[in-house]
Design a protein around this ligand. Structure first.
Ligand SMILES: N[C@@H](CCC(=O)N[C@@H](CS)C(=O)NCC(=O)O)C(=O)O
Length: 202
């Protein structure tokens, strides 16, 4: 979703091959042996198989809403926030959401560890509407989908936490046109079909 959001804001048309993770076509492994989504194959054949790389590539092509950090301080804050999100937060989120898939994972412990990070995000949002300040940036787009997953794992528990700023930030994100656009569903790619060009304005 975050890769799609960045491609959309950067107005980068792509040929989309929607897949089902439980029935991955061989072609995805030919592009990237990891077999995870997203995978973006560039016009010159280079392959980006990390969503953050897709985001950074798209925004480097075109960044009309100034999602990329504008100052060294923003850059540092952005990197630190994303590193913690993709590292510790994702680790605890997965074990909270899917405790049964991990041996010895204690759901409550992982929820508490993830919640400590959310507490910190809420504090950041005390003084400004977005994570880096007054505008929605790469940091918000990269992190909000994961906070959404956490919230939806037990929405009533999430709503009972003392995080009004975080809740408002998440609600604004979930209701935003940019996120709803990224969530649009597409038919699964069939081998041999005409290329399906997604130009983001449809
Ligand atoms: N670090 C990767 C994570 C990619 C990832 O785990 N994607 C999930 C779907 S959102 C996936 O492909 N899961 C299937 C699998 O891990 O085999 C990224 O952000 O690009």
């Amino acid at each position: 979703m975050r890769g799609r959001m960045a491609l959309a804001v950067a107005e980068q048309p792509v040929i989309l091959r929607e897949i089902e993770l439980r029935d991955r076509p061989d072609e995805i492994y030919e592009a990237s042996p990891k077999g995870t989504v997203p995978v973006l194959v560039l016009a010159d054949g280079a392959v980006l198989d990390e969503s953050l790389d897709v985001m950074r590539w798209a925004l480097t092509q075109n960044d009309p809403e100034a999602w990329l950090p504008a100052t060294a301080a923003e850059q540092q804050a952005c990197e630190a926030l994303i590193r913690r999100n993709d590292g510790d937060f994702k680790h605890h989120l997965d074990r909270y959401k899917y405790a049964t898939r991990y041996e010895d994972a204690d759901e409550q412990e992982h929820r508490a560890a993830a919640a400590a990070i959310l507490h910190d995000l809420n504090a950041r949002l005390h003084d400004a509407p977005f994570l880096l300040g007054e505008r929605f940036t790469l940091a918000d787009a990269a992190i909000a989908p994961f906070v959404r997953q956490f919230a939806f794992a037990d929405r009533s528990w999430f709503d009972a936490q003392p995080w009004p700023q975080l809740r408002s930030w998440l609600d604004r994100f979930i209701e935003s046109a940019r996120f709803l656009r990224a969530m649009k569903k597409y038919p699964v790619w069939q081998r041999g079909q005409e290329p399906f060009v997604l130009d983001w304005n449809d």
